[in-house]
Structure formats: C-alpha cells, structure tokens
Ligand binder design. Sequence first.
Ligand code: VG1
Ligand code: CO
Length: 559
Amino acid sequence: LKVEEIETVPYEGQQPGTSGLRKKVKVFLQKNYVENFIQSILNVNEELEGCTLVVGGDGRYLVKEVVDTIIKICAGNGVGKLIIGQNGLLSTPAVSHLIRKNETLGGIILTASHNPGGVDNDFGIKFNTSNGGPAPDGVTNEIYRHSTIIKSYKIVPNIKCDITTIGITRFKIEEKDFVVEVIDSVKDYLDYMKEIFNFPLIKTLLEGSDDKKKFNILIDSMNGVTGPYVKRIFVDELGATENNLRRVVPMEDFGGIHPDPNLTYAEDLVKEVRKGDYDFGAAFDGDGDRNMILGRGAMFVTPADSLAILASWLHVIPYFQRTGVKGFARSMPTAAAVDRVAKDMGKEMFEVPTGWKYFGNLMDADRLSLCGEESFGTGSDHIREKDGVWAALAWLNVIAHSGLSVKELLMKHWRKYGRNYFARHDFEECSLDSCRQLMSDLERTVTAEGFVGSKHYIQDVENAVVAADNFSYMDPIDRSVALNQGIRLVFENGSRIIYRLSGTGSQGATLRVYLEAYTPCDGDIHMSTEERLESLVTLAMRFGRVRKYTGRDKPTVIT
Ligand code: VG1
Ligand code: CO
C-alpha cells in the first residue's frame, strides 16, 4: 500500500476548548477538515514512528467515518499500531484505561461528550496523551498552531479495514508494518473495575439475601456509549436484570435527547426513580465520563456532595485500600464540600481550573486520589479521565459496605460537615461579543480599588466581599500557568459567585454563573437550594449586569 501526500489549506478555529475540538457535524464534513486536524495532532507527536494509539468514540453520528479516516492517516504517518474499539465504540474512561494499560503514545477520542449528536448536532475530536489524560494546554496549543500552518497531510487512501469484527489485521505500508487491532470495547474496562471494587459485595447487595431485600437500582445510559458497559457490568457480573437498565443501546443521535446526566436533561430518569420502588438511580453522559446519583424517591446528590461523601468513604474500596488515600481536588467553581473532608482527614486539597486535564499532573505525582467537578464529573487516579460508571460502582460499594442508604449517607455527611448549597445557572447561545464584554466589565469592577471590602445589601442582609479576582492557576508540578479561568467573588459568610464562559459549546457563547452558600451543621441544612441561594442569585445578576449583556433575566438551564 502506498502513502500519498495531499495538499490542503488550513481551516480557522481548530482550537481545542475545555475538552477537545467541538463543532457542528456540518463543520467536520467540510473537505479535509478532519484530515487537517488529525494530521495536526500527529504533527505534535515526535515519537510517532512505530507508536501505538488507541481510537474510539461514543457512537455518535460520524464516529465510524472518522475512525476510517484516522486509520488511513495514521497508516500514512508511520504509526505502528492502532487499538480500536469494536464498531469504533469506546467510552472516554475506557480509552484512558487502554492508553495506560497498553502504555501507548496516546489516544484519539471521538466525542462531543454530553452535547447532542446526529447530523444537525455536534461532533468532537480529543487527543489524550500517554498518561491517559486529556492533552494539557501546552499540547493543545501546539495542535492548534499546526492546524493554522498545515500545507499537506499523509494518507493511505486504499487501506480497507473492517472495524465490526474483533481481531488483528496486518498491513504493509511501503515496507513498514501497520497493525489494526479491533478489541472488545468493554472487556479491559470490566476487568479493571473488578480489581477496583468489591464485586461480590455489590452483587449480594443487588441480589438481596435471605434477610435482606434486594437493593433496586435504575441505571440510565441515555442512549450513549455506556450501554454495553452497564449491561456487562450490572447484569452479567452483578446480578441485576434488564429491568434495572434503561436506554442502553448506543444511538448515533442519542435518540434525539441531550445526553447530559442532570436534573434537567435526565428528568426522565428522575421521574422513573420517583414513581418506582428504586433505592438508587444513576445516569451517564454520551461518552460515559459524567454521572448523576439519585437515592430513593429520586433524592438528588449534588456532584460536590458526591465527591465529598466518596472522599470520606474511600477506605472501604479495595483499590484505595491498596494504594492508600492521597490528596483530594476539585475544580474552582465546584462547591467546597470536599475541602472540609480533606481538612478533617489531614489530606492535601487542590483547587484547579475547570477541565479534567488539570488533575493529571497531580495524579501522576501521587498527590491526588479523588477529584471532581460540579458538572457531574467524579473520578480517581485509577485513570486520567472522570468516570461515570466508576462513580456509580463507588457509591454501590460504599452502600454495600456501610449498610446505609443514599439518603442516610447524605444526612450523616451534612450533620457532620454542614451543607454547601450549590447551583449553576447557564445562559446559553448568547452573543459571544457581549459575553466577552460582560466578563471584561466585571473584571474591571471586581478588581477596582475598594471592591474587596465593599458591602452589598439585599433585603437588609449584608454581603461583604472578602476576595475577588480572575482565577489563575499554577500547576504545582510543572509550574505551567492557566490564566482567565473565571471571575470569582467570595463573601464574608463563605458564599461564592463565579462567572465563566463555557469552552465546550459549538454555537454562540454560554455564560455560566456558579452560586454557592455554606450552612454549618447546626444551621438549617434542609432548605431548598432555590430558597437558600435566592439572594445570591439577585446579587449575581446585578454584579454581572447579566440582563443587559445576555438580554435574559433567567438562565436557560439550571443544574
Ligand atoms: C464543561 C464543564 C467542565 C467539564 C467539561 C468537559 O466545560 O463545565 O467541568 O470538564 O465540560 O466535560 P465548559 O468549558 O463548557 O464549562 V465532558 O463530559 O465534555 O468531557
Ligand atoms: Co463527557
């Protein structure tokens, strides 16, 4: 087979955001758009010759076609081997695991995560490096730079490779070997989960025993990639039945839904859990790295509480019994519930910018065991991505070990540490220019002299500002710096308001306003979140002049 070098011209805007390059499908369909970006990814890797890469995606529209393009371009660039999930399917956490297990140079993940799929919606391409984690800013900036100067790409147009059957195919590309190994998408991940968790204990919980009723779960894959994973894990291994699962067939358009596990987009699951006799509910996003946890009656566990509770129970999970519990971390806008656990346990605590790529170095340096984001991301150093199915299994392992229900675990936690009320208000599809204006005006306001220390009144309640900045972060390991990570206001009573622009959208701008208020354990820990945060919302709208810049007086989504 022969390599051809094809001339091309750069496309504008191939800049990876918070988590890879995400655009509308029709943008990716432009001539050479995918080829340019894949070649740019390969160009930044110096040890490409003979290397191995993992390739897979969440099953959305265009995944199969792009896998085919990746095979051809990798063959043209001297890559030695590709490990590909059958039918191109691999969850994001599974890719991370496969990169680590096979010690590959990295992996290419085809997903726009929780963004809707299908011909009229989103597609995405993400590169992960040899530690299994999303490429850090230094690498994505280089990929982008290459995409702006690309003149040609190398391809083997005539290679034909069947990705529907498991097996190894060998090719000779101008004297060089090129191997494609199509693997079972689930097996390696399943084996790893069995090492991490106490499967027999969870199985007993789910099947029930003579003196214990079975613990009834409802797991929702939202028509995303986790379907095959949850079938094998929960039904084949853990004794659940098909009735415990829903929406487990991956679909190219996710059945028309927004595969994002939160109270808005997974409302359907919430309703089912509320009306049924379920003790536990969980949902995952399109690519399987996000999770939502529900208790009986659809009691909602916020991602920040989930992180904090798991932190305090890690010692019951076999993996952490072996590795020990190192530090904890969360992204800056995530409510600080886990900080209290870290303090109590005498563990290191890190606050990083939004995006999983910022956790990787800390894990590689053995400083971090468990971390999370408010955006329904929870994970540990077992891989370098957040991991939805892992989070559900972690909860079930804790429940099985403690004998406590989701609600009991939550109450116990609030009674000991107090409660961090939290909400995120998203203003979607706004004008980019006016959102940028909002952010720069706000930055000017909050960094002006006298703002820190100023007092703001809502119905006679005083809110004194004790800190305000545009969040920046220096990685403690490699000392790389990330600037402009969100405007942050902190009040005397511990409340916080944070403003950020999303880096994962494919259309217009999304303003995210994060609101957090802390109530100590002797205060009212049973309020509704809406009520508790009401005055903070008023302040947030006022400070940001949100109505003026977005034209909206209400968010489009609250999570
Ligand atoms: C969002 C979330 C962020 C998450 C990212 C990727 O980014 O806020 O916490 O890491 O999505 O998640 P942004 O820039 O839109 O706020 V996923 O499930 O796409 O990999
Ligand atoms: Co995701």
